[in-house]
Design a protein around this ligand. Sequence first.
Ligand code: AMP
Length: 289
Amino acid sequence: MQTVATVAALREHVVAARRDGRRIGFVPTMGNLHAGHHSLIERARANSDFVVASVFVNPTQFGPNEDFDRYPRTPAADAEGLARGGCDLLYLPDVAAMYPFGVAGTMRIEVPQLGDVLEGAIRPGHFAGVATIVAKLFNHVQPDVAVFGRKDYQQWLVIRRLVADLGFPIRIIGAPTLREPDGLAMSSRNQYLDAEQRARAGTIHATLASMRDAVLGGDLPLAAIERQAFEHLTHAGFAPDYAVLRQAEDLAEPLSGRRDRLVALIAARLGSTRLIDNLAIGGAIDGEV
Ligand code: AMP
């Protein structure tokens, strides 16, 4: 695996691979890679012939009081893991490469509606930061296929919308969430949890599973299921931001009576650590599971 830090060096490798007739697969990350990220690399390998991964902790998707400074950075272990996982090229740009006119001077892609709810309501500007950096990375790498995790469900929908709205000729694959044995979704932020918090963190997935079972059981109204989930999390010592049931394709409130192709989504703080997770209910929105 080669590592490059500039657009020019990246392009040389990608152009050469394409000249050889290879399809380019791309996995953008913020580093501190775990098995969830590695599963995306594997999926990219299965759907392309030359896999590029990027590691870039993007300042514009963090709010002023969020964890940008303390976000875990482990570049040597990341490079080693990517090489072992069969990644062909690691793109490791710095802030100047991604924001040549500075963070304050950058053009931005806004994400109205879809980017305003749930995570977007709690983290204003977050999805504009995500859409902007992903658009830049897409233009740098020019992949045929890009793989994102459904762990960040709303982000995955935002990327699908970005590609459909701005016309990027890129196929987006949504990969399933990798979990710890107790159901906790793997995340770089899990390491912020102390031992006692970690022992309780599986409650989020258990609550999502209860929401799914209640929806499929068919007796309780969706609003009651949401309320119970929120209360359950609160009693278990979490500070939930939301525990909701939404339409899987657009995160709108479900039409009356609808109980298929929904998604249960939870965001909750445990101490100072904010965790998000979700579970598809009654069928996913496309076949790429
Ligand atoms: P991040 O480095 O957290 O920005 O994540 C990079 C990519 O990995 C995103 O597409 C995430 O959705 C995905 N990802 C993060 N955690 C998981 C997980 N537990 N399972 C599958 N994909 C994940």
